[in-house]
Design a protein around this ligand. Structure first.
Ligand code: NAP
Length: 293
């Protein structure tokens, strides 16, 4: 693989940041890979796992020589991190992020981006329920979409970033921030909200039933518990920063749920059967698109 950037800086060495560092190094996409995390414990862990080339104890030195800076912190921390790094950035560098919401990140980050640098918002549609540096792995982005919101970024800078992401195996697509937020509200954020709700409801059941819920969880519930084990800080920030799109999708979801509730009450089996047949074909399309695991 060809080297796309000289130095790369990654801020936030969790699942996504560590995976980007491991993958960029593995695919030889950068010269030196500099990493920084706000947590001293995470930095120590990243050092012992040999993630990237240099783990910095201060954010300024991590970004000083970087041609590409990747912000991989929770979306609620993007604004503060961007303000911290702004005075230390190299002229001409590109800053991107991995945040799960795009309108809020652009709103929070862009005002602090120096005039001689370019911000291109991004979001890898890849992840697991695990967090922290030890959760990172090289093939996380392989065959996964990585959505970019270039806005007014120069074409050459966007193309270079796309080449870098493709070098990690990602399928790059460009779109508008609001459109992105609506898509992920239904494909990712609402499913997480439903999983948190179902598992929360089970936890609230009295203890004897709860024990059996865990014991007999091998059916659909187990899949919800996996999703509901996702990082609480990340997901709190996602819901607070994509509130508009999530509330819109939740409104539609509630209406559809009431329709099913009514069909069950009135034993309208044909309505249930019709919906379950339509949803089955969606699963088939996802498998055909290679996005099923
Ligand atoms: P993670 O595993 O929790 O890692 C985030 C890291 O950032 C943590 O080590 C955290 O340290 C550190 N951090 C927090 N605030 C910071 C600050 N102000 N300065 C420096 N470091 C800071 O999270 P992740 O799953 O990698 O997610 C990172 C970003 O990618 C998020 O914006 C998320 O929305 C997005 N994303 C996640 C997934 C997923 O499935 N996980 C998928 C796509 C995109 P502490 O733990 O000490 O706070």
């Amino acid at each position: 693989m060809t080297q796309i950037y000289n130095d790369i800086a990654i801020i936030g060495i969790g699942l996504i940041g560590a995976s980007a560092a491991i993958s960029a190094k593995h695919n030889k996409l950068g010269g030196q890979i500099h990493c920084y995390d706000g947590s001293a414990q995470v930095r120590e862990e990243a050092k012992s796992l040999r993630i990237g080339d240099v783990i910095h104890d201060d954010i300024a030195s991590a970004v000083a020589s970087a041609d590409l800076v990747i912000l991989a912190v929770p979306v609620g921390a993007m604004q503060a991190v961007m303000a911290d790094i702004a005075p230390h950035l190299k002229s001409g560098c590109v800053i991107t992020d991995t945040g799960s919401t795009k309108t809020s990140v652009i709103r929070d980050v862009k005002p602090s981006v120096p005039e001689n640098c370019t911000f291109i918002a991004g979001h890898p549609l890849a992840g697991t329920e695990f967090s922290g540096p030890a959760a990172g792995f090289a093939s996380l982005f392989d065959g996964r979409y990585w959505l970019l919101v270039p806005d007014d970024a120069p074409r050459a800078k966007t193309d270079q970033l796309s080449d870098f992401l493709a070098g990690m195996g990602a399928l790059v697509e460009e779109m508008e921030a609001e459109y992105h937020d609506k898509i992920v509200a239904i494909t990712s954020h609402l499913p997480h909200l439903i999983a948190y709700t179902i598992v929360g409801t089970a936890v609230d059941l009295e203890s004897d039933l709860k024990e059996d819920v865990i014991r007999f969880s091998a059916s659909g519930f187990r899949d919800f518990t996996r999703i509901a084990a996702s990082d609480p800080t990340m997901w709190r920030d996602v819901f607070l920063n994509n509130d508009k799109a999530v509330l819109e999708m939740l409104q539609r979801f509630n209406e559809d749920l009431s329709y099913l509730q009514r069909a069950i009450r009135w034993h309208e089996g044909d309505k249930l059967f019709d919906l379950f047949t339509r949803t089955r074909s969606i699963r088939k399309s996802i498998i055909e698109a290679g996005q099923d695991n």
